[in-house]
Write a protein that binds this ligand. Structure first.
Ligand SMILES: NC(=O)c1ccc[n+]([C@@H]2O[C@H](COP(=O)([O-])OP(=O)(O)OC[C@H]3O[C@@H](n4cnc5c(N)ncnc54)[C@H](O)[C@@H]3O)[C@@H](O)[C@H]2O)c1
Length: 355
Protein backbone atom coordinates (compact mmCIF):
# COMPACT_ATOMS: atom_id res chain seq x y z
CA UNK A 1 0.00 0.00 0.00
CA UNK A 2 1.49 3.39 -0.89
CA UNK A 3 2.35 5.59 2.02
CA UNK A 4 0.79 9.01 2.41
CA UNK A 5 2.54 12.17 1.32
CA UNK A 6 5.19 13.65 3.55
CA UNK A 7 3.06 16.79 3.90
CA UNK A 8 0.19 14.80 5.33
CA UNK A 9 2.52 13.00 7.65
CA UNK A 10 3.68 16.38 8.88
CA UNK A 11 0.09 17.42 9.55
CA UNK A 12 -0.72 14.24 11.42
CA UNK A 13 2.48 14.58 13.39
CA UNK A 14 1.70 18.14 14.33
CA UNK A 15 -1.86 17.35 15.30
CA UNK A 16 -0.67 14.41 17.26
CA UNK A 17 1.73 16.59 19.19
CA UNK A 18 -0.77 19.35 19.79
CA UNK A 19 -3.59 16.81 20.38
CA UNK A 20 -5.76 18.79 17.97
CA UNK A 21 -6.63 16.35 15.22
CA UNK A 22 -6.55 12.64 14.38
CA UNK A 23 -3.92 11.03 16.54
CA UNK A 24 -1.49 8.27 16.07
CA UNK A 25 -1.60 5.98 19.10
CA UNK A 26 1.38 6.14 21.42
CA UNK A 27 2.33 9.66 20.38
CA UNK A 28 2.07 10.74 23.99
CA UNK A 29 5.04 8.53 24.70
CA UNK A 30 7.09 11.04 22.83
CA UNK A 31 5.55 14.27 23.99
CA UNK A 32 8.11 14.87 26.74
CA UNK A 33 11.87 14.90 26.78
CA UNK A 34 12.02 11.56 28.60
CA UNK A 35 10.24 8.48 27.40
CA UNK A 36 8.62 6.19 29.93
CA UNK A 37 9.94 2.68 30.13
CA UNK A 38 7.45 0.42 28.40
CA UNK A 39 7.46 -3.33 28.70
CA UNK A 40 5.78 -4.85 25.71
CA UNK A 41 5.48 -8.23 24.23
CA UNK A 42 7.70 -8.85 21.22
CA UNK A 43 4.74 -8.79 18.88
CA UNK A 44 3.50 -5.50 20.29
CA UNK A 45 6.30 -3.02 19.76
CA UNK A 46 5.44 0.64 19.88
CA UNK A 47 6.22 2.73 16.87
CA UNK A 48 7.76 0.13 14.66
CA UNK A 49 7.88 1.77 11.25
CA UNK A 50 5.28 -0.67 9.93
CA UNK A 51 2.91 0.08 12.81
CA UNK A 52 3.33 3.77 12.36
CA UNK A 53 2.80 3.51 8.63
CA UNK A 54 -0.29 1.39 9.18
CA UNK A 55 -1.69 3.87 11.68
CA UNK A 56 -1.11 6.77 9.36
CA UNK A 57 -2.08 4.96 6.18
CA UNK A 58 -5.45 4.02 7.62
CA UNK A 59 -6.58 7.58 6.94
CA UNK A 60 -8.94 7.49 3.94
CA UNK A 61 -7.16 9.90 1.64
CA UNK A 62 -3.60 10.34 0.52
CA UNK A 63 -3.84 13.87 -0.80
CA UNK A 64 -2.89 16.91 1.13
CA UNK A 65 -6.18 18.62 0.29
CA UNK A 66 -8.30 15.79 1.63
CA UNK A 67 -6.09 15.53 4.65
CA UNK A 68 -6.66 19.17 5.46
CA UNK A 69 -10.41 18.70 4.99
CA UNK A 70 -10.53 15.74 7.33
CA UNK A 71 -8.26 17.03 10.04
CA UNK A 72 -9.26 20.63 10.01
CA UNK A 73 -5.56 21.34 10.06
CA UNK A 74 -3.85 24.05 8.09
CA UNK A 75 -1.19 23.38 5.53
CA UNK A 76 2.05 23.28 7.50
CA UNK A 77 4.70 25.85 6.84
CA UNK A 78 8.15 24.78 5.75
CA UNK A 79 9.36 25.44 9.28
CA UNK A 80 6.70 23.17 10.73
CA UNK A 81 7.71 20.39 8.43
CA UNK A 82 11.26 20.42 9.72
CA UNK A 83 12.04 18.07 12.62
CA UNK A 84 11.70 19.69 16.02
CA UNK A 85 15.05 19.38 17.81
CA UNK A 86 13.24 18.97 21.12
CA UNK A 87 11.48 15.91 19.80
CA UNK A 88 14.44 13.95 18.51
CA UNK A 89 12.76 10.58 19.21
CA UNK A 90 10.71 11.25 16.08
CA UNK A 91 13.85 11.24 14.02
CA UNK A 92 15.23 8.03 12.60
CA UNK A 93 12.68 5.96 14.48
CA UNK A 94 14.09 2.81 12.91
CA UNK A 95 17.06 3.15 15.28
CA UNK A 96 14.82 3.23 18.36
CA UNK A 97 15.39 0.33 20.78
CA UNK A 98 12.87 1.36 23.42
CA UNK A 99 11.57 -1.62 25.39
CA UNK A 100 13.91 -4.07 23.65
CA UNK A 101 16.22 -6.45 25.53
CA UNK A 102 19.78 -7.33 24.52
CA UNK A 103 22.68 -9.49 25.64
CA UNK A 104 26.27 -8.30 25.10
CA UNK A 105 28.98 -10.87 25.80
CA UNK A 106 32.44 -9.55 26.63
CA UNK A 107 30.62 -6.50 27.98
CA UNK A 108 32.78 -5.96 31.07
CA UNK A 109 35.19 -3.69 29.21
CA UNK A 110 36.65 -2.75 25.83
CA UNK A 111 34.58 -2.89 22.67
CA UNK A 112 31.70 -4.89 24.21
CA UNK A 113 31.07 -2.31 26.93
CA UNK A 114 31.14 0.63 24.52
CA UNK A 115 28.68 -1.09 22.17
CA UNK A 116 26.43 -1.88 25.14
CA UNK A 117 26.39 1.86 25.93
CA UNK A 118 25.17 2.61 22.41
CA UNK A 119 22.23 0.22 22.83
CA UNK A 120 21.25 1.87 26.12
CA UNK A 121 21.38 5.32 24.60
CA UNK A 122 18.85 4.10 22.05
CA UNK A 123 16.57 2.94 24.89
CA UNK A 124 17.56 -0.74 25.16
CA UNK A 125 17.68 -2.90 28.28
CA UNK A 126 21.17 -4.40 28.14
CA UNK A 127 22.74 -7.35 29.95
CA UNK A 128 26.53 -7.52 29.82
CA UNK A 129 27.89 -11.04 30.30
CA UNK A 130 31.60 -11.60 30.91
CA UNK A 131 33.91 -13.95 32.78
CA UNK A 132 35.54 -11.15 34.79
CA UNK A 133 34.39 -10.99 38.43
CA UNK A 134 33.58 -7.28 38.04
CA UNK A 135 33.18 -5.01 35.03
CA UNK A 136 35.27 -1.87 34.44
CA UNK A 137 34.52 1.22 36.52
CA UNK A 138 33.10 2.76 33.33
CA UNK A 139 30.29 0.19 33.47
CA UNK A 140 28.99 1.64 36.76
CA UNK A 141 29.22 5.19 35.48
CA UNK A 142 27.14 4.24 32.46
CA UNK A 143 24.70 2.27 34.60
CA UNK A 144 24.03 5.27 36.85
CA UNK A 145 24.06 8.07 34.31
CA UNK A 146 22.93 6.72 30.96
CA UNK A 147 20.32 4.15 31.97
CA UNK A 148 17.86 6.47 33.73
CA UNK A 149 18.50 9.29 31.26
CA UNK A 150 17.64 7.34 28.13
CA UNK A 151 15.03 4.95 29.52
CA UNK A 152 17.36 1.97 29.16
CA UNK A 153 19.17 -0.12 31.76
CA UNK A 154 22.48 -1.93 32.18
CA UNK A 155 23.05 -5.11 34.19
CA UNK A 156 26.00 -7.45 34.68
CA UNK A 157 26.30 -11.20 35.07
CA UNK A 158 29.46 -13.26 35.35
CA UNK A 159 29.62 -16.20 32.96
CA UNK A 160 32.16 -17.94 30.77
CA UNK A 161 30.77 -18.11 27.23
CA UNK A 162 32.43 -21.46 26.62
CA UNK A 163 30.32 -23.07 29.36
CA UNK A 164 27.16 -23.99 27.49
CA UNK A 165 24.87 -24.91 30.39
CA UNK A 166 25.58 -21.79 32.47
CA UNK A 167 25.32 -19.51 29.49
CA UNK A 168 22.03 -21.06 28.42
CA UNK A 169 20.59 -20.74 31.93
CA UNK A 170 21.55 -17.08 32.31
CA UNK A 171 20.26 -16.08 28.88
CA UNK A 172 17.08 -18.06 29.56
CA UNK A 173 16.59 -16.19 32.86
CA UNK A 174 17.02 -12.80 31.15
CA UNK A 175 14.46 -13.62 28.46
CA UNK A 176 11.99 -15.03 30.98
CA UNK A 177 12.27 -11.95 33.21
CA UNK A 178 11.29 -9.68 30.32
CA UNK A 179 9.16 -12.07 28.28
CA UNK A 180 11.37 -11.28 25.32
CA UNK A 181 14.88 -11.10 23.88
CA UNK A 182 15.63 -8.95 20.87
CA UNK A 183 19.28 -9.42 20.13
CA UNK A 184 22.87 -10.21 20.93
CA UNK A 185 26.28 -8.68 20.45
CA UNK A 186 28.83 -11.48 20.84
CA UNK A 187 32.03 -9.57 21.66
CA UNK A 188 33.72 -11.93 24.15
CA UNK A 189 37.07 -12.92 22.73
CA UNK A 190 40.73 -13.53 23.50
CA UNK A 191 43.91 -13.15 21.54
CA UNK A 192 47.25 -14.91 21.58
CA UNK A 193 50.41 -13.94 19.72
CA UNK A 194 52.59 -17.00 19.10
CA UNK A 195 54.37 -18.17 15.95
CA UNK A 196 52.54 -21.15 14.39
CA UNK A 197 55.56 -23.43 14.75
CA UNK A 198 55.50 -22.93 18.51
CA UNK A 199 51.76 -22.94 19.17
CA UNK A 200 50.88 -25.46 21.94
CA UNK A 201 48.02 -27.73 20.75
CA UNK A 202 45.98 -27.27 23.96
CA UNK A 203 46.11 -23.50 23.46
CA UNK A 204 44.46 -23.94 20.08
CA UNK A 205 41.46 -25.57 21.77
CA UNK A 206 41.34 -22.84 24.40
CA UNK A 207 41.23 -20.03 21.86
CA UNK A 208 38.72 -21.77 19.59
CA UNK A 209 36.65 -22.64 22.68
CA UNK A 210 36.10 -18.93 23.37
CA UNK A 211 36.39 -17.15 20.02
CA UNK A 212 34.43 -19.70 18.02
CA UNK A 213 32.53 -22.06 20.33
CA UNK A 214 31.67 -19.25 22.79
CA UNK A 215 30.27 -17.11 19.97
CA UNK A 216 28.40 -20.09 18.56
CA UNK A 217 26.86 -21.00 21.93
CA UNK A 218 25.89 -17.38 22.65
CA UNK A 219 24.15 -17.07 19.29
CA UNK A 220 22.30 -20.36 19.66
CA UNK A 221 21.22 -19.67 23.27
CA UNK A 222 19.87 -16.26 22.31
CA UNK A 223 18.17 -17.58 19.18
CA UNK A 224 16.39 -20.27 21.23
CA UNK A 225 14.94 -17.61 23.52
CA UNK A 226 14.04 -15.31 20.63
CA UNK A 227 12.14 -18.15 18.99
CA UNK A 228 10.49 -19.15 22.27
CA UNK A 229 9.28 -15.59 22.90
CA UNK A 230 8.47 -14.97 19.22
CA UNK A 231 10.96 -12.15 18.91
CA UNK A 232 12.23 -11.46 15.47
CA UNK A 233 15.52 -9.67 16.09
CA UNK A 234 19.17 -9.29 15.29
CA UNK A 235 22.47 -10.89 16.26
CA UNK A 236 25.85 -9.25 15.72
CA UNK A 237 28.90 -11.49 15.99
CA UNK A 238 32.18 -9.68 16.53
CA UNK A 239 34.62 -11.03 14.01
CA UNK A 240 37.66 -9.09 12.82
CA UNK A 241 39.43 -7.98 9.68
CA UNK A 242 41.88 -10.66 10.90
CA UNK A 243 39.32 -13.19 9.67
CA UNK A 244 40.00 -11.94 6.14
CA UNK A 245 43.69 -11.08 5.97
CA UNK A 246 46.91 -11.96 7.75
CA UNK A 247 47.77 -8.85 9.75
CA UNK A 248 51.25 -7.81 8.77
CA UNK A 249 53.88 -8.63 11.40
CA UNK A 250 51.42 -10.27 13.77
CA UNK A 251 51.88 -13.98 14.48
CA UNK A 252 48.32 -14.82 15.47
CA UNK A 253 47.38 -17.71 13.19
CA UNK A 254 44.85 -19.30 15.56
CA UNK A 255 43.18 -15.98 16.42
CA UNK A 256 42.88 -15.15 12.73
CA UNK A 257 41.41 -18.58 11.97
CA UNK A 258 38.92 -18.25 14.82
CA UNK A 259 37.72 -14.94 13.37
CA UNK A 260 37.45 -16.44 9.88
CA UNK A 261 35.24 -19.11 11.45
CA UNK A 262 33.03 -16.37 12.93
CA UNK A 263 32.68 -14.73 9.50
CA UNK A 264 31.51 -18.03 8.00
CA UNK A 265 29.28 -18.85 10.98
CA UNK A 266 27.49 -15.57 10.30
CA UNK A 267 26.45 -16.68 6.83
CA UNK A 268 25.36 -20.14 7.94
CA UNK A 269 23.25 -18.95 10.87
CA UNK A 270 21.73 -16.19 8.74
CA UNK A 271 20.64 -18.82 6.24
CA UNK A 272 19.15 -21.09 8.92
CA UNK A 273 17.30 -18.33 10.74
CA UNK A 274 16.08 -16.14 7.87
CA UNK A 275 12.42 -17.02 8.58
CA UNK A 276 12.70 -18.85 11.88
CA UNK A 277 10.25 -16.77 13.98
CA UNK A 278 6.87 -17.50 12.40
CA UNK A 279 8.27 -16.51 9.02
CA UNK A 280 10.22 -13.53 10.37
CA UNK A 281 14.00 -13.45 10.74
CA UNK A 282 16.63 -13.56 13.35
CA UNK A 283 19.15 -11.61 11.31
CA UNK A 284 22.80 -12.50 11.79
CA UNK A 285 25.67 -10.25 10.78
CA UNK A 286 29.34 -9.92 11.72
CA UNK A 287 31.22 -6.78 12.65
CA UNK A 288 34.80 -6.99 11.38
CA UNK A 289 36.79 -4.20 13.00
CA UNK A 290 40.34 -3.13 12.30
CA UNK A 291 42.72 -2.27 15.12
CA UNK A 292 40.98 -0.77 18.13
CA UNK A 293 42.57 0.77 21.20
CA UNK A 294 41.20 -1.57 23.89
CA UNK A 295 42.84 -3.39 26.84
CA UNK A 296 43.54 -6.29 24.44
CA UNK A 297 45.53 -4.11 22.05
CA UNK A 298 47.22 -2.08 24.78
CA UNK A 299 48.74 -5.36 25.94
CA UNK A 300 49.95 -6.07 22.38
CA UNK A 301 51.68 -2.68 22.31
CA UNK A 302 53.28 -3.30 25.69
CA UNK A 303 54.62 -6.65 24.49
CA UNK A 304 55.91 -5.23 21.21
CA UNK A 305 56.58 -1.46 21.26
CA UNK A 306 57.11 -1.35 17.48
CA UNK A 307 53.71 -2.79 16.68
CA UNK A 308 51.75 0.44 17.03
CA UNK A 309 53.68 2.28 14.32
CA UNK A 310 53.36 -0.72 11.99
CA UNK A 311 49.59 -1.00 12.46
CA UNK A 312 49.06 2.74 12.06
CA UNK A 313 50.98 2.68 8.79
CA UNK A 314 49.03 -0.32 7.44
CA UNK A 315 45.62 1.36 7.20
CA UNK A 316 44.62 4.25 4.96
CA UNK A 317 43.72 6.58 7.81
CA UNK A 318 47.10 6.14 9.48
CA UNK A 319 45.82 5.52 13.01
CA UNK A 320 44.33 3.02 15.46
CA UNK A 321 40.56 3.32 15.96
CA UNK A 322 38.68 3.97 19.20
CA UNK A 323 35.89 1.64 20.45
CA UNK A 324 33.36 4.48 20.12
CA UNK A 325 33.86 4.48 16.35
CA UNK A 326 31.82 1.24 16.18
CA UNK A 327 28.79 2.50 18.11
CA UNK A 328 26.87 3.56 15.04
CA UNK A 329 27.52 0.24 13.33
CA UNK A 330 26.29 -1.71 16.35
CA UNK A 331 23.11 0.34 16.64
CA UNK A 332 22.51 0.02 12.90
CA UNK A 333 22.92 -3.75 13.01
CA UNK A 334 20.81 -4.31 16.14
CA UNK A 335 17.93 -2.05 15.12
CA UNK A 336 15.29 -2.05 12.40
CA UNK A 337 17.57 0.30 10.44
CA UNK A 338 19.27 -2.78 8.99
CA UNK A 339 16.08 -4.78 8.46
CA UNK A 340 17.14 -6.15 5.04
CA UNK A 341 20.69 -6.99 6.06
CA UNK A 342 21.68 -10.51 7.08
CA UNK A 343 24.64 -12.82 6.45
CA UNK A 344 26.94 -9.83 5.98
CA UNK A 345 30.45 -9.18 7.25
CA UNK A 346 30.58 -5.45 7.95
CA UNK A 347 34.22 -4.41 7.64
CA UNK A 348 35.25 -1.21 9.44
CA UNK A 349 39.02 -1.10 9.33
CA UNK A 350 40.23 2.32 8.20
CA UNK A 351 40.93 0.78 4.79
CA UNK A 352 43.36 -1.86 6.08
CA UNK A 353 41.93 -4.60 3.86
CA UNK A 354 41.20 -2.34 0.90
CA UNK A 355 44.64 -1.83 -0.59
N1 LIG B 1 40.88 -4.63 19.84
C1 LIG B 1 40.97 -4.87 18.54
O1 LIG B 1 41.82 -4.34 17.83
C2 LIG B 1 39.99 -5.81 17.90
C3 LIG B 1 39.95 -5.86 16.50
C4 LIG B 1 39.06 -6.70 15.90
C5 LIG B 1 38.22 -7.49 16.66
N2 LIG B 1 38.28 -7.43 18.02
C6 LIG B 1 37.38 -8.28 18.76
O2 LIG B 1 36.54 -7.49 19.56
C7 LIG B 1 36.10 -8.23 20.69
C8 LIG B 1 36.35 -7.41 21.94
O3 LIG B 1 37.75 -7.25 22.08
P1 LIG B 1 38.44 -6.08 22.92
O4 LIG B 1 39.51 -5.53 22.06
O5 LIG B 1 37.42 -5.20 23.50
O6 LIG B 1 39.16 -6.97 24.01
P2 LIG B 1 39.08 -6.94 25.59
O7 LIG B 1 40.06 -7.96 26.06
O8 LIG B 1 39.23 -5.57 26.08
O9 LIG B 1 37.58 -7.43 25.86
C9 LIG B 1 37.21 -8.75 25.66
C10 LIG B 1 36.26 -9.15 26.77
O10 LIG B 1 35.88 -10.51 26.55
C11 LIG B 1 35.86 -11.14 27.81
N3 LIG B 1 36.04 -12.60 27.67
C12 LIG B 1 37.12 -13.26 27.22
N4 LIG B 1 36.90 -14.57 27.29
C13 LIG B 1 35.67 -14.74 27.80
C14 LIG B 1 34.89 -15.88 28.12
N5 LIG B 1 35.37 -17.12 27.93
N6 LIG B 1 33.66 -15.70 28.63
C15 LIG B 1 33.18 -14.46 28.83
N7 LIG B 1 33.87 -13.35 28.57
C16 LIG B 1 35.10 -13.49 28.05
C17 LIG B 1 37.04 -10.52 28.55
O11 LIG B 1 36.97 -10.75 29.95
C18 LIG B 1 36.92 -9.08 28.16
O12 LIG B 1 36.12 -8.35 29.04
C19 LIG B 1 36.88 -9.54 20.65
O13 LIG B 1 36.08 -10.55 20.08
C20 LIG B 1 38.04 -9.22 19.74
O14 LIG B 1 38.57 -10.36 19.13
C21 LIG B 1 39.14 -6.61 18.66
Amino acid sequence: MPLISSQFQAIVFRNCLTRAGPRVRSCNNYSGGLRPLVWLHCRDRPFSSSRYSAAVSSEPSTTQKDAVKQTGAEIPSVKEKLPNPERTPFRFREFDLEGKVFVVTGGARGLGLVLAEALIEAGGQVYCLDRLPEPDQEFYTVQERLGPKYGGSLKYDRVDVSEAANLDRIIGDIATAHGRLDGLIAAAGVQNVTPALEYPPEKIDEMMGINYKGVYLSAVSCARQMIKHKCSGSILLVGSMSGMVANKGFTSSVYNSSKAAVCQLTRSLAMEWGKIVDGKPIRVNALCPGNIMTPMVRKNFEDDPELRALWEKENMLGRISEPAEYRGAALFCLSDASSFMTGTNLVIDGGYTAW
